[in-house]
Design a protein around this ligand. Sequence first.
Ligand code: FES
Length: 126
Amino acid sequence: MPHQTLSPETLNPPLASVRQSDLSDGQILGLDVTEGCTQRRILVVRRGEEVTAFENRCPHAGWPLDTFDGRFLTTETGGLICAAHMAIFDPKTGACLGGPGQGRGLTPVPVRVDGDHWVIGPVART
Ligand code: FES
């Protein structure tokens, strides 16, 4: 069998792809994705033409930010509110703006444009 060369994309593939027309301005999309043997929750935020993504895990106590029925709560200015204990996060950077998550932020997930899709991930390894 010939030797196979693996690219970084093969070793560390994206987590998901979202068609741009499937995410409207101001919408927050929750994704459950499988990475190897690990289940990950991701949230994707669109504000105008800017799209950001984060792991959907609050740094306060590790709960997902959305409600039990999958809704994401926001402030009037678009801050992301954790439904568990109401920590507020910047939708652009993931930094905690108030509440019990202060000093910590959401873990960002890379987003890049590929044609009419946003390609989400992979999650950076630390
Ligand atoms: S788990 Fe998010 S504020 Fe407590």
